[in-house]
Design a protein around this ligand. Structure first.
Ligand SMILES: Cc1cc2nc3c(=O)[nH]c(=O)nc-3n(C[C@H](O)[C@H](O)[C@H](O)COP(=O)(O)O)c2cc1C
Length: 171
């Protein structure tokens, strides 16, 4: 139940206080990523933690000028250093592995009194150029992190009976 509480409390924070994040809290969030599962335990995720204000401004531009990307005191650039592992099921492993680690971070952030927002609207080539990320690596998503300056909205989600079937596909 404790975890469900954090899941319920998590929301996309798009306005941040200018208060710095304590180092222990940042480390706890990163530790949550480190402990995530990954296909074959390959752990291909790589995280670039950006706190420098000038770099965050550049990331804001690369992220379609989404204002909160420049405002958040920390932007975690969530990357993969390998992008050719296809699982037997036919799915690429790296976006899934990085995404799991990201949601671990998002939930640990809630436990620390912090907020996050996933950012998928960005130009990968620009982010790579800003941070010196090599061509063969991929930038999967950005995750903003900081103390929220806004408040949670009601969640808009489909009911369980529209997204879950038992025993057979019945949608
Ligand atoms: C893969 C992914 C990419 C997203 N990209 C953006 C984004 O670029 N900008 C943004 O403001 N929100 C982004 N979001 C946040 C979603 O809009 C948000 O999670 C969704 O509307 C549900 O709202 P909630 O997170 O507050 O529950 C993204 C979320 C995910 C999972």
């Amino acid at each position: 139940m404790a975890l469900l509480k954090q899941i319920i409390e998590r929301y996309s924070v798009r306005s941040y206080q200018q208060r710095a994040i304590e180092k222990e809290k940042l480390l706890a969030v990163l530790e949550a990523a480190r402990l995530a599962p990954s296909a074959n335990n390959v752990q291909e995720w790589r995280f670039v933690v950006v706190q420098d204000a000038e770099t965050r401004k550049k990331l804001c531009v690369a992220a379609n000028n989404q204002r909160f990307v420049g405002e958040a005191p920390v932007v975690i650039v969530c990357c993969s250093n390998l992008s050719d592992h296809v699982m037997r099921c036919g799915q690429m492993a790296y976006p899934i592995d990085v995404a799991i680690a990201m949601e671990h971070m998002a939930l640990q952030a809630v436990a620390e009194g912090l907020g996050t927002c996933w950012v998928g609207s960005f130009y990968e080539d620009q982010v790579k150029a800003i941070l010196g990320i090599p061509e063969k690596a991929r930038v999967v998503e950005l995750l903003t992190l900081g103390y929220p300056a806004d408040t949670a909205r009601a969640k808009s989600r489909l009911p369980l009976d529209q997204i879950v079937a038992y025993e057979r596909w019945q949608f």
